[in-house]
Design a protein around this ligand. Structure first.
Ligand code: TPP
Ligand code: MG
Length: 394
């Protein structure tokens, strides 16, 4: 990959105003929207096994997202956040990391977690907040975390993971671990102060961190045009003296190649890197949102035509690594597996009510114990309102 630098004179003798749009950062792309490589490009070296793993993870996440939106509509889970249309960004970037690299997510990167090996059962247990959920039912659905897979637990307040990633990467540097931290966030979260603090500290301290911004055009109902006046998020990396890449987030091969290069810079040269992946949030922000109120069907259709899944599928078909029948059959199998796991997780009881205060401190404080007693009292008083929970309240 080429690195661009522009040399300017140190001193000028008349007022020189730099236009706020002077820096235009091009978007790196390898595959066109139909999955055909551009003329003369060098594709990343991805063997067939890895390519198929990336593809099957994309298919799985597409099915999981569609199915769980439906499950929320049926009243089976309380809430869901999908990554429809953004599968290439999370899966392509996770595929370029080493397993021991730390990943910190925002909340729309279920693809990375699935690529690392989070099972359908683990997804379902978290989504149903049941007793087998690793978080013991104490998080909202989709706020996954898995220590065994080096995936930090997601937290709802936007941007908090960004300076935390800088700190974690600083530790990796001090330990000479040869590892890095990749942190995801949306372009909306880049308006938080934490984004600026995190990037500034990282570039000053030269830590092995990859700041992966998913620019999907919206922060809930606010379009990018109402969020910022500059050319997206990428120029901010340059502002912090940080290496920066803008990539087509719907082109999984380009995302993979960009993240691979970012990882090399982070680990071998202690250069943090900002990646801005351009994509589009195909579904509503969450199941609590209805995008028909603020955007047109035509706009959505234009992006549906750039579907990352279709693009990679076409590429794999052209290489002869998959065929139509097998790909369709695999998708059908995944649908059945997701449905079966959903039905299983639904039957698992909720965690014991005492879990609500465990793990907050080493030992629960008197105040927490008191609050738990008050909660139990309340549940005893209104058992019909808490049919599942009240079983564990004596
Ligand atoms: C500190 C804070 N402010 C506001 C919110 C409410 N909120 C949740 S998601 C969201 C939009 C985030 O947009 P973006 O970062 O672009 O991510 P996307 O949802 O598009 O993936 C907002 C405003 C929050 N969770 N935390
Ligand atoms: Mg966004």
């Amino acid at each position: 990959m080429a690195t661009q630098t522009t040399k300017q004179p140190d001193v000028v003798t008349s007022v020189e105003v730099i236009d706020g749009h002077a820096l235009r950062i091009p978007m790196f792309q390898l595959l066109d929207k139909d999955g055909k490589p551009h003329e003369g490009v060098t594709l990343p070296e991805i063997d067939k096994d890895l390519a198929l793993k990336m593809f099957s993870t994309m298919q799985f996440i597409r099915v999981l997202d569609e199915r769980m939106i439906a499950a929320q509509r049926q009243g089976r889970i309380s809430f869901y956040l999908s990554s429809l249309g953004e599968e290439a960004a999370s899966i392509g970037s996770a595929a370029a990391l080493k397993f021991d690299d730390m990943i910190m997510g925002q909340y729309r990167e279920q693809g990375s977690l699935a690529f690392r090996g989070f099972t359908i059962k683990q997804f379902m247990n978290q989504l149903f907040s049941n007793a087998e959920d690793l978080g013991k039912g104490r998080q909202m659905p989709v706020h996954y975390g898995c220590a065994d897979l080096n995936f930090m637990t997601i937290s709802s307040p936007l941007g908090t993971q960004i300076p935390q990633a800088t700190g974690y990467a600083y530790g990796q540097k001090h330990e000479d671990s040869g590892l890095c931290t990749l942190v995801y966030f949306g372009e909306g979260a880049a308006s938080e102060g934490d984004f600026h603090a995190g990037l500034n500290m990282a570039s000053v301290l030269k830590v092995p961190a990859i700041f992966f911004c998913r620019n999907n055009g919206y922060a809930i109902s606010t379009p990018i045009s109402e969020q910022l006046a500059g050319d997206g998020i990428a120029p901010r990396g340059v502002g912090y003296g940080m290496k920066t890449i803008r990539v087509d987030g719907n082109d999984i091969l380009a995302v993979y190649a960009a993240t691979q290069e970012a990882r090399r810079l982070a680990v071998e040269e202690n250069e943090p890197v900002l990646i801005e992946a351009m994509s589009y949030r195909m579904a509503g922000h969450s199941t609590s949102d209805d995008p028909t109120g603020y955007r047109t069907r035509d706009e959505e259709q234009a992006w549906r035509d750039k579907c990352p899944l279709k693009r990679f599928r076409n590429y794999l078909l052209s290489k002869g690594w998959i065929n139509e029948e097998d790909a369709d059959a695999q998708q059908q199998e995944v649908k059945e597996a997701v449905l079966a796991a959903l039905k299983e997780a639904e039957k698992v009881p909720v965690p014991h009510i005492d879990e609500i205060i465990n793990d907050v401190y080493d030992t629960p404080t008197e105040q927490l114990k008191e609050q738990l007693e008050q909660l139990k009292e309340h549940v005893r008083k209104y058992p019909d309102a808490y049919p599942k929970t009240s079983e564990g309240v004596k």
